[in-house]
Design a protein around this ligand. Structure first.
Ligand SMILES: Cc1cc2nc3c(=O)[nH]c(=O)nc-3n(C[C@H](O)[C@H](O)[C@H](O)COP(=O)(O)OP(=O)(O)OC[C@H]3O[C@@H](n4cnc5c(N)ncnc54)[C@H](O)[C@@H]3O)c2cc1C
Length: 242
């Protein structure tokens, strides 16, 4: 990171705060999008700083996805810029394969995100045309990163969204979000209601079946997608039959 750092007075009561001027864009998030932006900047010799709240790259794929996950889209649609998937990858690479690709990609472009930095605020100062991006480190220290450019790559699935379900407080069973689901193994013999019929919901139903659970699916408004092999149809065919 190419920065100039300065301590800010805080009266000794609040967490230690510092400020640094970043030479080049600030990128929030070290998921596939943030890495792709960083790689492209690297190729143009533009310095950058990635602020990532977790302790590694691709937090969604590493920590918030189920074990059997494969890319839901054919690999041709999911490659990051400048580096092809290895030719031996199947049409739908596994989560492990995709993650190994992302790790080699990161190493190939010498991308070193600042981990454990949660961005809590971004403010654009009109007078100076500068972004002021506040991030809290895991240890509590707060830093304001200042740059002319800000790239927000914090993801569309990075935050858990749990709808309010009437009567849920009276339900005595376990309720979990799909980001916490790893395998159907521990649901063997149990009846499980899967809410939502998108890619994840369908694949989890299949996984539950294969592990001897009894899944039911709640579908609000039709089939949302689905990888080939899950229900035996190509994605376009499913959409065409809605
Ligand atoms: C089950 C599942 C299957 C999918 N299959 C496919 C597929 O086959 N093909 C495809 O293209 N897409 C797929 N997706 C969509 C997924 O969004 C993309 O694969 C990809 O992860 C998007 O990358 P991203 O970098 O935009 O976001 P994310 O991968 O969500 O990365 C965002 C990063 O930003 C970090 N972050 C978030 N907030 C902050 C903050 N305040 N401060 C600092 N860091 C922060 C997060 O920790 C994370 O590392 C799938 C998603 C899921 C859940």
């Amino acid at each position: 990171m190419d920065t100039m750092q300065a301590e800010q007075g805080n009266g000794g009561t609040s967490p230690r705060q510092s400020s640094c001027i970043v030479n080049g864009p600030i990128i929030v998030g070290a998921g596939p999008s943030g890495l792709a932006v960083a790689a492209t900047l690297r190729r143009h010799s533009v310095p950058f700083t990635i602020l990532e709240r977790s302790d590694g790259i691709a937090d969604l794929w590493t920590n918030r996805t189920y074990g059997r996950l494969r890319l839901h889209l054919p690999k041709v649609f999911c490659e990051l810029p400048h580096v092809r998937f290895p030719p031996e990858f199947p049409t739908y690479p596994s989560k492990r394969e995709f993650l190994s690709y992302l790790h080699s990609y990161t190493a190939h472009f010498s991308i070193s995100p600042l981990f454990g930095r949660t961005v809590t605020r971004a403010r654009f100062e009109e007078a100076t045309s500068l972004w002021h991006v506040t991030a809290a480190a895991d240890g509590g220290e707060v830093t304001e990163y200042v740059s002319k450019w800000l790239v927000v790559a914090s993801g569309e699935n990075a935050e858990v969204v749990v709808p309010k379900v009437k009567g849920r407080e009276r339900f005595a069973g376990e309720v979990l979000h799909s980001s916490e689901y790893k395998s159907g193994e521990r649901f063997k013999g149990k009846r499980v209601l899967v809410v939502g019929c998108g890619n994840s919901g369908m694949e989890m139903c299949l996984d539950l079946c294969e592990h001897g659970a009894i899944p039911f699916m709640s579908v609000r408004s039709g089939v949302g997608g689905g990888r080939s092999g899950v229900i035996g149809l190509q994605r376009g065919e499913v959409r065409g039959r809605q």
